[in-house]
Design a protein around this ligand. Structure first.
Ligand code: 8YV
Length: 326
């Protein structure tokens, strides 16, 4: 009698979204903060047939080498820079992600951040809570408009396009830069125009970063890029911390070379660069752009479907949807 497949879940996720797995496999769910180190990851993966992991949980070559039974790593998230894809592929292990289900939720949040920084929402709230509101003042906490301003989008995948579609409602002209321009019909649906990177930096009043994090995109927004932006511009990052050089951004903000920034992701998160914490004109959130209840639930359900398929169950048995190709 072969043992039931073992599914290791690196942190507690929505139990009801994982429940369908229990009919077919033994579920081992780590407690919150259960996985703290590479050694904990390796130990969790060692006896697993499938694993469910998410951002911050690195599946590295050493852990993969020790995971003799592993068939699938299901990442809860669309970005998968936490996975060593080359090592997974070399070991014949399938990796999956959770695209599409979070696109609209993340695009919503990009606007929460954009408006939050440009209209000084969190700064104004801090000011109010600190008891400074004693009398009316006409020129207090003056911000920058979103409507009519030029929106730049760096990275025009699913999320970038969803952001562009929202910008139509704000009557923002939209420029974007991507390795490849969109097909004409898609471009038209987004109301967006491809420009080169230099033009994007130079023309954007609000620049949203929506690129995946890869060795090629690391520090795409560095000191030189920031220097080419308007001093009145705002930078929004809902992608990955490493795409922006946080130290360079902190320096640009401190030097008044950029009006403000709104960041959901950070290099080396959960640590945040002290220069960003010190800057008044930034909105900082703890990587929550996909964190609506419905979307986080849907992400876990999608990861569970991927696992079920890999174990030979469900409508896509044998062919996990959302398999990531190299
Ligand atoms: C996180 C994300 O994965 O999808 C991504 O790439 O960064 C987020 O959606 C999510 O917060 C789960 O940890």
């Amino acid at each position: 009698n072969p043992r039931r497949p073992r599914i290791w879940v690196a942190q507690p996720l929505f139990a009801e979204a994982l429940a369908p797995l229990a009919a077919h496999a033994e579920l081992i769910v780590e407690p919150v903060e259960g996985v703290r180190s590479a050694a904990d990851m390796a130990a969790g993966l060692r006896e697993a047939d499938a694993a469910i992991v998410t951002i911050g949980e690195r599946v590295d070559a050493a852990a993969i080498a020790g995971a003799g039974r592993l068939k699938l790593v299901a990442n809860v998230g669309v970005g998968y820079d936490n996975l060593d894809l080359a090592a997974l592929h070399a070991a014949g292990i399938v990796a999956t992600n959770t695209p599409d289900v979070l696109t609209e939720t993340v695009a919503d949040f990009a606007f929460a951040l954009l408006l939050g920084a440009a209209r000084r929402v969190t700064e104004a709230e801090r000011w109010l809570r600190e008891g400074h509101w004693q009398r009316w003042s006409f020129d207090r906490l003056l911000g920058t408009d979103a409507h009519g301003a030029t929106l730049g989008i760096l990275g025009m995948g699913r999320i970038g396009q969803a952001i562009a579609r929202r910008a139509l409602g704000f009557r923002m002209p939209v420029l974007y830069h991507n390795r490849q321009a969109l097909a004409a019909d898609l471009e038209q649906a987004c109301g967006a125009r491809w420009v080169d990177f230099e033009t994007l930096l130079r023309e954007s009043d609000h620049l949203v970063v929506a690129l995946p994090y890869t060795p090629a995109t690391r520090h795409r927004i560095d000191a030189a890029a920031l220097a080419r932006m308007k001093p009145t511009a705002f930078l929004v990052n809902i992608a990955r911390g490493g795409v922006v050089d946080d130290a360079a951004l902190a320096a640009a903000l401190a030097g008044g070379r950029l009006a403000g920034a709104a960041l959901d992701v950070f290099e080396g998160e959960p640590a945040v660069h002290p220069g960003l914490l010190a800057a008044g004109n930034v909105v900082l959130t703890p990587h929550i752009a996909s964190a609506s209840l419905a979307t986080r639930r849907a992400m876990v359900a999608m990861a569970a479907d991927n696992v079920l398929a890999a174990l030979g169950h469900g409508p896509s048995a044998g062919h996990p949807p959302n398999a990531i190709t190299l």
